[in-house]
Design a protein around this ligand. Structure first.
Ligand code: PRP
Ligand code: ZN
Length: 300
């Protein structure tokens, strides 16, 4: 039995594009868990956190209803459910905490290659198949297009060949699904990525310290993914130029070099990836012995 008062519940996708990334993120935050026999719940061993493995479509609802404190899902499904719940008069069903750095995809129109309609300007009177009826209807309304929307819970891309739709509107990640079904990708109506959401209800005091700690660690994990620790020797006079070449770098540590005049060792954390062009530019302003190493953990 999960203790709601002291254990934090997080809803994540059971199996799909986001599952592995979401588990990886939580593991990088230090979470160790065992998965129960029913496979639906992962029990945190070293933190008061339990994972609920569910369909991504159910995640916004579980967070809205405060069954889970936190949820990780794509903006696509969060936005769809927000529009759906909006119809019930609930304006802010959950709070968006932060964007996560994975799960990038887009909700886009798809036009069958042999179809008569090939652009949004030709959608009046069309039938559009989608798993995102609220988002699509909202888009059509805002753009003054009158078309019929038919809801498919999956395999939207086969709707045109079944004669059920003229056009589709579906998620595109790599684009291979549409291509395989001879559908040309059209206009994007929503850019999506993974998001962390939280319950609209106040989280019990016993849990807030761990929630805050987890959020801080998630931020740290995301920063670290791109961050590099850079070491180099350089003329002390070039310090300003070097800092300008490394945006996102914190105040550098400057150390004297034994027995060398005018040159110093510079150590700096750069919160973005560092490319060869940057190293070459650093060399041009006088830097040498440049080392770039990945950062394992970071706590701001
Ligand atoms: C989406 C979408 C397509 C596929 C597109 O499904 O419905 O089937 O991904 O990806 P591609 O452009 O890389 O081929 P999703 O992963 O959201 O699964 P679900 O609808 O079962 O949740
Ligand atoms: Zn889904």
């Amino acid at each position: 039995m999960i203790d709601k008062q002291t254990r934090i519940k997080i809803a994540i996708q059971k199996s799909g594009r986001l599952t592995e990334h979401s588990l990886d993120l939580l593991e990088r935050c230090g979470l160790k868990y065992t998965r129960g026999r029913d496979q639906l719940i992962g029990y945190g061993e070293n933190m008061p956190i339990d994972l609920l493995f569910v369909r991504d479509d159910d995640i916004p609802g579980l967070v809205r209803d405060d069954v889970c404190d936190l949820g990780i899902a794509g903006l696509n499904i969060i936005e769809e459910k927000r529009l759906e719940y909006g119809c019930d008069g609930i304006m802010a069903p959950y709070t968006e905490v932060c964007r996560l750095d994975y799960g990038h995809c887009r909700l886009a129109f798809g036009y069958p290659e042999t179809g008569a309609r090939q652009a949004i300007t030709e959608l009046d009177g069309a039938t559009i198949a989608t798993s995102y009826p609220f988002t699509v209807r909202d888009y059509l309304k805002r753009n003054d297009i009158s078309a019929d929307v038919v809801e498919f819970s999956g395999a939207v891309e086969i709707a045109p060949s079944l004669g059920r739709a003229d056009v589709i509107c579906d998620l595109v990640s790599t684009g291979t699904t549409m291509i395989a079904n001879k559908i040309r990708e059209g206009e994007t109506i929503l850019e999506s990525q993974c998001m962390l959401i939280r319950t609209p209800v106040a989280i019990p005091e016993e849990k807030t310290a761990w929630v805050n700690r987890l959020l801080q660690r998630i931020e740290g994990v995301m920063q670290v993914r791109e961050s590099k620790y850079i070491m180099m020797h350089a003329p002390k006079s070039a310090l300003a130029e070097i800092r300008a070449l490394l945006p996102g770098a914190e105040s550098p540590t400057v150390l004297p070099l034994e027995g060398v005049d005018g040159r110093v060792a510079i150590h700096v954390v750069c919160r973005e990836n560092v490319f060869w062009e940057t190293l070459e530019a650093l060399k041009d302003v006088g830097a040498s012995s440049i080392l770039v190493v990945p950062v394992e953990k970071m706590l701001a």
